[in-house]
Design a protein around this ligand. Structure first.
Ligand SMILES: NC(=O)c1ccc[n+]([C@@H]2O[C@H](COP(=O)([O-])OP(=O)(O)OC[C@H]3O[C@@H](n4cnc5c(N)ncnc54)[C@H](O)[C@@H]3O)[C@@H](O)[C@H]2O)c1
Length: 283
């Protein structure tokens, strides 16, 4: 099957980034959310990002216009009925994702592939909400999607070779390097990265060092492009907490225990860049 129409569920940081790279690659894309104002904001952001690429000479005016023309919005999941591929990028919550996949399975055509951008939830578990587990797959993009080159693909227990091949083709068409992981908590990248970010929050919570010095330590000592606390702000503290909860629950190893400061900051609504404050303040 050739993928032409992509329906994206969730128009937050990740959903809008995936929509942008997909329209630029020539796909017909519908981006959806629970409220009209959310999808309108996402569309306006995508247009702004494309306009900036034109200003920088990285995109032609013509390509900008044809890309924008490929984007539509929706607040009704039934609009996914003629999609070839659905990519879900909603809140990192197993129950809510499960409900969405159950509905998508009823709405979407038989041959449609249902992908999740989950950072940590089991693809096999998500697929169990459908009658097409062979066509359910993890397509884990990285933030910000237009900049980060990786697509981590996860095979659930029943994901078919055909579904994997299509996900790899889509990834390559949107300009990503693809890697494949078995369905294991945290997959490859978050299993390595997130315990390090969580440990940085422990350093801060224990008063070992300041935000500035923790970040400088990894920038200048390990050549990381940004410090772990700034990266956590970019990812979203709620997203990191959700991943750590899954790692801790699945492996039962105390090394994955989410830092209490991370929990407190999420409770206080300090989610990072998207809420205006995390370890740093944002305009
Ligand atoms: N933030 C990151 O760096 C990052 C990186 C890779 C993967 N992810 C994963 O991507 C997913 C989304 O993360 P995000 O950072 O874009 O979150 P976000 O909070 O920016 O966006 C989530 C969006 O989903 C919408 N939503 C919630 N429930 C919905 C529903 N039932 N139907 C339709 N829309 C719904 C919300 O209104 C919101 O606009 C999560 O699974 C997360 O783990 C995030």
């Amino acid at each position: 099957m050739t993928i032409q129409k992509i329906y994206i569920v969730g128009s937050g940081q990740m959903g809008s980034g995936i929509a942008q790279v997909a329209i630029q690659a020539g796909y017909q894309v519908t981006i959806s959310d629970v409220q009209e104002s959310f999808v309108e904001k996402a569309k306006a952001n995508i247009k702004k990002k494309l306009a900036r690429l034109v200003e920088k000479g990285k995109l032609t005016k013509e390509d900008q216009e044809t890309s924008v023309a490929r984007l539509t919005t929706s607040i009704n999941l039934n609009d996914a009925k003629d999609a070839d591929l659905v990519i879900e990028a909603i809140v990192e919550n197993e129950k809510i994702k499960g409900e969405v996949f159950q509905k998508l399975d009823e709405i979407c055509k038989e041959e449609a592939i249902l992908a999740s951008n989950t950072s940590s939830i089991s693809i096999t578990q998500i697929a169990a909400n459908t009658k097409r587990p062979d066509k359910v797959i993890g397509m884990h993009f990285f933030n910000p999607v237009p900049v980060m080159k990786l697509l981590e693909i996860t095979r659930g227990l029943s994901t078919s070779d055909k579904t994997l091949k299509i996900a790899e083709e889509v990834g390559q068409k949107v300009g990503k390097v693809t890697i494949v992981s078995k369905d294991s908590p945290g997959f490859i990248v978050n299993r390595l990265l997130d315990p390090m970010l969580n440990e940085a929050v422990y350093l801060l919570d224990e008063g070992v060092a300041t935000v500035d010095d923790i970040d400088k330590g990894m920038i200048y000592g390990c050549n990381h492009p940004m410090g772990p606390l700034a990266l956590t702000d970019l990812i979203g503290l709620d997203v990191l907490l959700a991943v750590m909860e899954v790692l801790y629950q699945e492996y039962g190893d105390p090394k994955y225990r989410p830092c209490p400061l991370l929990r407190r900051m999420v409770k206080a609504g300090k989610l990072g860049k998207k809420s205006g404050e995390g370890f740093y303040k944002y305009d």
